[in-house]
Design a protein around this ligand. Sequence first.
Ligand SMILES: [Mg+2]
Length: 435
Amino acid sequence: MEQRDRVERGEWQEAAAEAGAAATAAQRDAVAPAAGSEGPGVLDFPPMPAEPEVEAVPLTITGVQLFWLRMPLVAPFETSYGRVDRRECLLVRLEARHPEAGVVEGWGEVVADADPGYSYETTGTAWHVLTEFILPALPGRTFATPGQWRAACEWVRGHPMAKAGVEMALLDARSRARGVPLWQEYGGYPARRRIPVGVSVGIQPSLDALLATVERFLEQGYRRIKIKIKPGYEVEPVRALRQRFGSIPLMVDANAAYTLADAGRLRVLDDYGLMMIEQPLHEDDLLDHAALQRQLATPVCLDESVKHVHGAREALALGSGRIVNIKQGRVGGPIDARRIHDLCRRYGIPVWCGGMLETGVGRAHNIALTTLPGFTLPGDTSGSDRYYHEDVIDPAVRVGPDGTVEVPQEPGLGYRVVPERVEKYTLRHRSWHAS
Ligand SMILES: [Mg+2]
């Protein structure tokens, strides 16, 4: 059965198992023995995925605004690297002129955290790079394709989340100028009118608290439960969840908290039928991930390790995991997110869309990204109310009782950004205009 069919039927466990087997076979085929050699084999390097071909939509940037927001979370969120009770992010708003459509706006989100626990980028570094080097140069420039914008910012090394915020805003503006829904800008799959979503549960103060939290999310209809783990807090919570809730679609995320020396402890998790173990080891250690994957039946999923399309190729060549979590901020924007999706799809590696506690702006972009056909596993795009009492968009993102979110069909984000709410949570603001 097609993986997508299984997913549509809600057979997550089967879909994940099939995905794992397909990925293993693809990786095995990629390592062909060198002719006449007794060595370990020569890698058939995955090709660099091409930039998607897109329609030319000439947009001349007339103004740029950058907002630094701080929003209280409905409850503290704890991972293996720390605990937060409020979310900081940057929002980018572009204003651009199109020859026929006139002036359109576009919104994007820089998903970096306030602190460098998830990645080296922070709201502060992104503010620095954007205000000093990228945004002042935009007013007056014309970009007909996202590729032209990418070429213009390519000289800035790294800082993928900062760049991604601008690229998202550009895609939003393009979709409004064309009068098409945002998912079309992402190259999505038209039949995907709703996307299945899961929820990410932070480390809880007790097992009872964990069970109560998971129960509440299951009642809300979420299609997959992911719990954050750290050394010493993995087997017990998983066992408790299996005992209480049976064979729910369940996965764990370590946020790079383990080393290869912990392989024995992680192997114990093989007994619990998890969909995947996300990012168990150091983000830069693709080799150790490959070694670990060979020792585990459970698919390893890469998150922090896949920082760009180059890293995705390396991970696939090495067999460092059988599933990839794609976050468009982490990989530099929607276009490279799509290229990594295309590459993974070619190799039978299922992908899903991770979350960075986004406001509604980033959430709307994640919904659009998730319409690509290779996103066969439920992502982290939960409802706005999972993190915020009041989102900056209207209406809020809502999860239906069947654990899916509707894909907006209006041009642009499909949600209205409410200026008063953006202002309410803004700590700093800067703008640039064409003279
Ligand atoms: Mg993760």
